[in-house]
Design a protein around this ligand. Structure first.
Ligand SMILES: *Cc1c(COP(=O)(O)O)cnc(C)c1O
Length: 502
């Protein structure tokens, strides 16, 4: 007997993973959507943070589900075990680390992105053109040339890594992609300030260049990279036969939002023929505020620039960006010749593909939420919110300076305020402990979430303002909580110091 195309005898009943009852799925979605909107509109009414209870952790560690629980039960688990115990970065008094606060519009864009389920590795589809547009907008924001390339990534850590890979490829005296770092005749050296973000060192490690080959240059009293030390260190390294290749400037350090003298770094890199990368994770977007923008002079001369949309543009996590001035150099660091990825006709058109500009092949539709946020609010309003945060930081610093038991620990350059609680007469040796415990006490009170860091070896309470929901009253409420909780924390620290029970 002849077999024919269309013989289906061997196929079992074919059910997809789609709902069997779309109407029922729709009504579930409608009620879940109202729960989500209440969650968003109630951001201000909740506590800023509270600990995840042990029974919730146990519920979340459930056994591997082998049989369907259905979407209703999954949603119930979210509402019961996840929604009430989030970090609180959507709250107006969340000031910890550098977190974005998100927007309701961002949620809507995320829902569309999930429905479209696009893979932005490449090929011919509208989502690719949305990412192209977002990158083109970024080029305009930072006055990069038309020949610049860009790539959306999970965040600035990844963007720093990809940027250093491009710099390494361009400056290596050998074909580094073919031969690997073991074939380098001498170590390649990068330079950044002692205040630079840890992701820069991680990038050096991951690229096989070695953390010891990242020079961490001392900073001046404004916590900016010291240019004389930088110049001297490069000279010494060259004299030792090493191969300087890259300077990483910070446009907003994570500790204190210090901005290196980017124009001076651009000059120096030009003279020394070094790659000039800027880590502008949050600070680069101060470009959108007319008042703050002059502090970033020189950023437009970077060879590459990394920054985040999920911090100061409030795009939902995660979304970062890398711009590379010379798009061809960018591509040379990641292009491939795989047959199954050949760019071609019809659905295979759309060159150049994004997978030729970074390590990832499959990539989500991050661009949609960025595109949506910029369209929804417009650049001017987003910039005004950035300016507001900087004004709030200066206001908070004034309040701190007028309080006899608070001490400002770093100059306020943008949106971060570092200070400590220092009640008169309190032993200096115990101030670090006092402030670590005070930060924990404020967080645990649910009033606000600052974080801590060290500035010039002293523990600081750190307030980062990348929050479009924060108002002046929130800052005052936070300060009042610090001053209210301070004395009892101080008593406890002193008591435990003298050996008495806490
Ligand atoms: C947050 C931050 C990073 C890392 O960015 P992610 O988006 O968290 O990966 C790098 N540098 C600076 C200055 C940052 O503030």
């Amino acid at each position: 007997m002849e077999s024919t195309i269309g013989d289906s005898a061997i196929l079992a009943p074919e059910t997809s993973l789609d709902p069997t009852d779309w109407q029922d799925f729709q009504s579930l979605c409608e009620s879940e959507l109202s729960a989500l909107i209440s969650h968003l509109s109630g951001a201000t009414d909740r506590v800023a943070w509270r600990a995840v209870p042990e029974d919730v952790k146990r519920s979340l560690a459930e056994p591997l589900p082998m049989e369907p629980q259905g979407p209703r039960q999954a949603c119930e688990s979210i509402r019961k075990n996840i929604l009430p115990w989030t970090l609180g970065n959507t709250h107006p008094r969340f000031f910890g680390w550098v977190h974005g606060s998100g927007t309701p519009g961002g949620m809507l864009a995320e829902m569309y992105a999930a429905a479209i389920n696009a893979n932005l590795g490449g090929r011919e589809h509208a989502p690719v053109y949305v990412e192209r547009t977002v990158i083109d907008w970024c080029r305009q924001i930072f006055s990069f040339p038309d020949s610049a390339s860009g790539l959306l990534l999970s965040g600035t850590s990844m963007a720093n890594l990809v940027a250093l890979a491009v710099a390494r490829q361009h400056h290596a005296p050998i074909d580094i992609r073919e031969e690997g770092v073991a074939a380098l005749p001498q170590p390649m050296i990068a330079y950044t300030s002692a205040e630079a973000h840890c992701s820069v060192a991680k990038a050096m490690e991951t690229l096989g260049l070695g953390r010891r080959n990242l020079r961490r240059i001392a900073t001046n009293q404004n916590l900016q990279i010291d240019l004389d030390s930088l110049r001297q260190t490069i000279k010494t390294d060259r004299a030792r036969g090493l191969l300087p290749f890259c300077v990483i400037g910070s446009a907003g350090t994570v500790n204190s939002a210090a901005i290196d003298d980017l124009a001076a770094l651009a000059n120096l890199c030009e003279q020394e023929q070094l790659w000039f990368h800027v880590d502008g994770a949050f600070g680069a977007l101060a470009m959108l505020s007319e008042i703050e923008q002059p502090k970033l002079r020189g950023i437009e001369r970077a060879d590459s620039l990394a920054f985040d949309f999920h911090k100061w543009m409030h795009v939902p996590y995660d979304a970062g960006c890398l711009l590379v001035r010379d798009g061809e150099k960018h591509r040379q660091a990641f292009n491939t010749q795989a047959n199954y990825l050949a760019e071609g006709l019809a659905a295979s058109a759309g060159a150049p593909w994004y997978c030729e500009f970074g390590p990832e092949l499959s990539r989500g539709f991050r661009a949609l939420k960025v595109w949506f946020t910029i369209k929804e609010h417009g650049l001017r309003r987003l910039g005004r919110k950035i300016g507001d945060n900087c004004r709030q930081a200066r206001y908070l610093a004034q309040q701190i300076e007028s309080s006899p038991s608070l001490e400002l620990l770093a100059p306020v350059q943008l949106n971060i305020v570092c200070f400590r609680y220092k009640p008169p007469g309190f032993p200096t040796s115990q101030l670090d402990r006092l402030n670590i415990e005070l930060v924990a006490a404020i967080q645990s009170s649910g009033v606000a979430v600052p974080s801590s860091t060290r500035i010039n070896e002293r523990v600081a309470v750190r307030v980062n303002l990348t929050n479009h929901r924060t108002r002046k009253e929130d800052l005052l409420e936070f300060l009042n909580a610090a001053l209210r909780l301070g004395p009892s924390v101080a008593e406890r620290v002193l008591a435990s110091d003298s050996g008495a029970p806490m």
